[in-house]
Write a protein of this length. Structure first.
Length: 258
C-alpha cells in the first residue's frame, strides 16, 4: 500500500510519514485516564507491562535499599498528563499520536539530544558498513510544513483517506524534533540491511522504531521501518525488550477525537 502511495506522491514521498494505519485502534479511552505500567529507569528493565491492568499495582517496594543514593524517590507510576506547555507527557516523554496532539509551535527544530544520539547511531552504523541518512529535509517539521503536507493529501484523496496515511497537523511526531525518517520512507525499505540494522541497534542510541510491524491497531499507523523516535536509552531498551509499542506499553489510545 505504501508503495502505491509513494508512487502517487513522488515529490512528497519522503515526507510521507506518521502515516497511517488502516485498522482502527483497538481500545478507546479519553485522555488522562490511562493507567500505565512502570517506566522504570532501571538499565535492564525486565518488566513486560500489562496493557489493560484494571487496578494499579503498588510500586515494587519502598523498604529495600535503592541501589543508588542520589535518586529522588521510588519511581512513580506513570500517568499521562498535560503540561502547561500544552503537550502530553508520561514522565519526561512527550506523547504524540492521534489521541494526543501538540500545541502549535511546540518545537522549532530538532532536539539537540536526539540529534547527538542520531549522530552516534549513524557513526556506529557506518562502522558496521551500513550507511544511514536522514530523508525528508530533516527530522523536524514545522506546523506549516505538516499542514501543507496534510492538506495536499486531503486535496488529493479526501480527508478520510488522507487520515489513513498522513498525520493531521499537531499529531505528527516530526513536529517534536524527536523523530527522523531514515534512508527510504517507503514499505520497500523493510528487510533491507539498513532497516535490519536500525531495528537491531537503534535502542542502544535511545531510539525506537515507533510504528512497528503488527502494531498498526495500537499505533494507528502503518509499519514504518524508517521512522525512528528518540525516547532515551532506558525507555528505548524497555520498549524493545518488552516487544510492545509505545501505546501498548503505556496503555494509550491513538485515535482522533474528531
Ligand atoms: Zn516519519
Amino acid at each position: 500500500m505504501a508503495r502505491r502511495l509513494a508512487a502517487l506522491a513522488l515529490p512528497l514521498v519522503f515526507l510521507l510519514c506518521a502515516c497511517a494505519g488502516p485498522a482502527a485502534p483497538a481500545v478507546s479511552a479519553p485522555p488522562a485516564t490511562t493507567q500505565a505500567p512502570p517506566a522504570t529507569t532501571a538499565p535492564t528493565s525486565e518488566t513486560p507491562p500489562a496493557t489493560t491492568t484494571a487496578t494499579t499495582e503498588a510500586p515494587p517496594t519502598t523498604t529495600s535499599a535503592p541501589p543508588t543514593t542520589t535518586t529522588t524517590g521510588p519511581p512513580a507510576i506513570p500517568v499521562i498528563e498535560q503540561r502547561e506547555n500544552g503537550a502530553w507527557y508520561i514522565g519526561n516523554t512527550v506523547i504524540v499520536n492521534k489521541t494526543y496532539g501538540l500545541p502549535p509551535g511546540w518545537a522549532d527544530g530538532e532536539d539537540p539530544a536526539a540529534l547527538a544520539a542520531l549522530d552516534q547511531m549513524i557513526a556506529a552504523a557506518g562502522a558496521d558498513g551500513i550507511r544511514l541518512f536522514v530523508v525528508g529535509g530533516g527530522g523536524f517539521r514545522s506546523d506549516e510544513k505538516q499542514t501543507t503536507l496534510y492538506n495536499n493529501y486531503v486535496a488529493r484523496s479526501g480527508r478520510a483517506a488522507a487520515d489513513t496515511y498522513s498525520a493531521r497537523p499537531g499529531h505528527s511526531e516530526h513536529q517534536t524534533g524527536l523523530a527522523f525518517d531514515l534512508n527510504h520512507a517507503a514499505s520497500s525499505f523493510e528487510g533491507t540491511p539498513a532497516a535490519l540494522w536500525i531495528e537491531a541497534h537503534c535502542a542502544q542510541y535511545g531510539f525506537i522504531v515507533r510504528f512497528p510491524k503488527g502494531k498498526e491497531a495500537f499505533t494507528g499507523f502503518i509499519y514504518e521501518p524508517w521512522h525512528v523516535r528518540y525516547v532515551g536509552q532506558p525507555l528505548a531498551a524497555a520498549l524493545t525488550e518488552s516487544g510492545l509499542c509505545l501505546e501498548e506499553y503505556y496503555g494509550l489510545t491513538s485515535e482522533y477525537q474528531e
